[in-house]
Design a protein around this ligand. Structure first.
Ligand code: NAP
Ligand code: ZN
Ligand code: ZN
Length: 350
């Protein structure tokens, strides 16, 4: 057992505050790491405040983790002490169901083990995430971080990166395809960078006029203010794929109207309250598809990290000390972050 400094929420209304946890003794295939950086995902806020109504308290959020390996179990072969590694939203799954066998651990039919607010399959204890100085995970769920990338900028790839990479790959973003990204936050800015690198024509939809220049710098070929009906109408029936990252309930119809025949809108934003049902005829008449997508499997996450290594892609970040997490949450709610907060865990080690 190792005493680990962390930040936790004690209930849905409490601010995050210092908390001590005990990390387990190393199992045969465990990798132990010092957490260097942890991204701040909107899902952390949803769960700290029980907006998905499934939070186990106290909760230590954080699933965009980059760390340095400090110890390994006797059976570990994939990572060694000193390696720079990543952990995303998953730390275990059943490994035997059809989804796990296909490398789609995030859809594990027996339930994956989330990095936090999950339940360890061996001990039955709750899992605690990366808002902490140390983390332990089975080696099968630990990723290798490309050496040429800034470690702090890599952290958000472990959730925001893979959550946008996976639907872009699933629905074929690439040359000759017109791809929309809705919302320029943590997920959205990664979606823009990745879709651009895949060779698609990228259109960013935003509610924030102040983000137009940034969106172009990040790789959007066009930017549309989604509240402007004329700007929206100019793109009717033209998109192969739209990835919707918005963290709040909204009307989906204006975006579905922009899909061409057989086009798909993949929802990745996971708001507290469901969107109103879209108009059925809007889907039927053009065989349009409304889909969802959950993060990505371990193999695809490594593929995404390697893709980012090859293309020199990291997240645009603002580094904060752990002590500023509550202010960061309030700023994230106001869409006031460019474009991901990343916690420097040295701030908790002092
Ligand atoms: P974020 O950084 O807060 O970005 C969300 C963006 O949505 C904002 O920057 C804003 O973009 C837009 N937005 C916010 N409120 C809006 C509103 N009322 N109407 C229209 N647009 C609004 O959040 P994030 O970390 O990227 O996460 C986005 C969502 O994805 C969250 O719900 C999160 O839980 C979910 N998520 C899902 C998965 C998955 O596997 N499916 C994984 C990770 C996160 P503009 O200012 O550009 O309009
Ligand atoms: Zn996340
Ligand atoms: Zn499984």
């Amino acid at each position: 057992m190792t005493t680990t400094h962390a930040y936790a929420a004690q209930n849905a209304k409490s601010a995050l505050a210092p908390f001590e946890i005990q990390r387990r003794a190393l199992r045969e295939f465990d990798v132990q790491m010092d957490v260097l950086f942890c991204g701040v995902c909107h899902s952390d806020l949803h769960q700290a405040r029980d907006e998905w109504r499934n939070t186990i308290y106290p909760v230590v959020p954080g699933h965009e983790i980059v760390g340095r390996v400090t110890a390994v179990g006797s059976g570990v072969t994939r990572h060694k002490v000193g390696d720079l590694v990543g952990v995303g939203c998953l730390v275990d799954s059943c490994r035997t169901c059809a989804s796990c066998q296909e490398g789609l651990e995030q859809y594990c039919e027996n339930g994956f083990v989330a990095t936090y607010n999950g339940t360890d399959r061996v001990s039955g204890e709750p899992t605690f995430g990366g808002y902490s100085t140390q983390l332990i995970s089975d080696e099968a769920f630990v990723l290798s971080v490309p050496g040429n990338l800034d470690p702090a900028g890599v952290a958000p790839l472990l959730c925001a990166g893979i959550t946008t990479y996976s639907p872009l790959r699933t629905w074929g973003a690439g040359p000759g395809k017109k791809v929309g990204i809705v919302g320029l936050g943590g997920l959205g800015h990664m979606g823009v960078k990745l879709a651009h690198a895949m060779g698609a024509h990228v259109v960013l939809f935003t509610t924030s006029a102040s983000k137009i220049e940034d969106a172009k710098r990040l790789g959007a070929h066009e930017v549309v203010i989604s509240k402007n009906e004329d700007e929206m109408a100019a793109h009717a029936n033209s998109f192969d794929l739209i990835v919707n990252t918005v963290a709040a309930q909204h009307d989906l119809n204006p975006f579905i109207n922009l899909l061409r025949r057989d086009g798909t809108m993949a929802l990745v934003g996971a708001p507290e309250h469901d969107h109103p049902s879209p108009q059925v005829f809007n889907l039927i008449l053009k065989r349009r598809r409304l889909a969802g997508s959950l993060i990505g499997g371990i193999a695809e996450t490594q593929e995404m990290l390697d893709f980012c290594g090859q293309h020199g892609i990291t997240s645009d970040i603002e580094i904060i000390p752990m002590q500023q997490i509550n202010t960061a949450y309030e700023r994230m709610l106001k869409s006031d972050v460019k474009y991901r907060f990343v916690i420097d865990l040295d701030s908790l080690r002092k």
